[in-house]
Design a protein around this ligand. Structure first.
Ligand code: PLP
Length: 385
């Protein structure tokens, strides 16, 4: 008998879409280095450039403005660099939203003393007044602000932030990892000067991502990877053509089905929260005061630890997450919830359910039943001597 598994952790990684698998298998069977001049090389180049044009269309930029990288972490490493150039000189400071992903929070080649943190409000959105205050100091600033939070799904007011940043002469870099395929990542709509995304969050393979250089003339004066002249000298190393082709195919499908898929997932997510609240009125749901991604819910039952719940739910066949996934497999206190002012005894119980292209309504109903039953079992055990 096969064990039933229900995967509700799309914000960590999404299952590979069939279109991506097909495109990758076809590309893997082709021979050729995209830099070679022979026919095989030219064919690999053609696959790569078609994928580049497809990916560029989602950001509303030309193909030449797309740079393929190994994922969002590398993208953040490339962009958060005082040597990024846009014709107006370099950057002396980096201002980061307090709820950013760890790959942005590290600040990369900005020294710790050049890095400032802008507060978030209790509903999870960036405090725009604080952002403006942070920008008021001397020295040109780069600002890193995500489009949506991976733990809570809270959508950031990126376009409003962009106006503030630009009025202060700064540059805005947007981590749009959680919005790609779920919301618009159009550079002009976001108002961002550079945007980056990661393939595996939208049903493409892991190990691929893209940077969209939205602002005209934005230029990486000091590339992270040096060597050959690939990616127009901006990122050396032979391109992962099959991975990039799979990424483009997944992105195309996700973006094309976005409206319908998000309406379906919003209904499922809202039903999940309604059912959980009906069974457990003490449940705290995070970020409800803000607009959230339709697929994400983060919540806690006060006094019940996420670690206990994760293990019990995993044994019952459900893959969910405790806020951000941690590479060590250990549950760590969430800096996102801490910045929102969530008390530690509640934050330590935070779980995240994130739905996606292959989630079914029944998955959510089964989760609600098992979750409520798991809480009852934990509580019974506590009172039984
Ligand atoms: N930014 C956000 C908002 C994320 O959720 C993640 C992954 O969890 C990343 C960046 C890092 O992406 P990658 O693992 O592709 O480097």
């Amino acid at each position: 008998m096969s064990e039933r598994r229900i995967y509700l952790d799309y914000n960590a990684t999404a299952p590979l879409r069939a279109v991506a698998r097909r495109a990758m298998l076809e590309a893997l069977d082709r021979l050729g280095n995209a830099s070679s001049v022979h026919r095989e090389g030219r064919q690999a180049r053609s696959l790569l450039e078609t994928a580049r044009a497809d990916v560029a269309s989602h950001f509303g930029v030309g193909a030449a403005n797309i740079l393929f990288v190994s994922g969002a972490t590398e993208a953040a490493n490339c962009l958060l660099n005082p040597a990024l150039r846009d014709g107006t000189g370099g950057f002396q400071r980096l201002v980061i939203g307090a709820s950013e992903h760890a790959c942005v929070l590290s600040g990369h080649r900005f020294a710790p003393e050049q890095t400032q943190i802008a507060n978030v409000l209790p509903d999870g959105r960036i405090d725009l007044a604080d952002l403006d205050r942070q920008l008021a100091g001397p020295g040109r600033a780069m600002v890193a602000l995500q489009s949506a939070n991976n733990e809570t799904g809270v959508i950031q007011p990126v376009a409003e932030a962009a106006q503030i940043v630009h009025a202060r002469g700064g540059l805005l870099v947007c981590d749009a990892v959680q919005s790609a395929g779920r919301d618009s990542v159009d550079g002009a709509e976001l108002g961002a000067d550079a945007v980056f995304v990661s393939s595996h969050k939208l049903g493409g393979p892991a190990g691929v991502g893209a940077i969209a250089l939205v602002k005209d003339g934005l230029h990486m004066a000091d590339p992270l990877l040096r060597g050959g002249g690939q990616e127009s000298g901006r990122r050396a190393g032979t391109e992962n053509v099959a991975g990039i082709v799979g990424f483009a195919a997944a992105f195309g499908e996700a973006a094309g089905a976005r409206g319908e898929a998000m309406a379906r997932l919003r209904m499922a997510r809202d039903r999940l929260e309604k059912n959980l609240l009906a069974a457990l009125p003490e449940l705290a749901i995070f970020g409800v005061g803000a607009v959230r991604l339709a697929n994400t819910s983060a919540f806690a039952v006060p006094g019940i630890s996420a670690e206990t719940l994760l293990i019990a739910l995993d044994l019952a066949g459900f893959a969910v997450s405790s806020g951000s996934a941690c590479s060590s497999g250990k549950v760590q206190a969430s800096h996102v919830l801490a910045t929102m002012g969530v008390k530690p005894h509640i934050a330590t119980g935070a779980l995240r359910v994130s739905l996606g292209w292959n989630s079914a309504g029944e998955d959510v109903d089964a989760f609600c039943e098992t979750f409520a039953e798991t809480i009852r079992t934990i509580r019974r055990r506590r009172v039984t001597p």
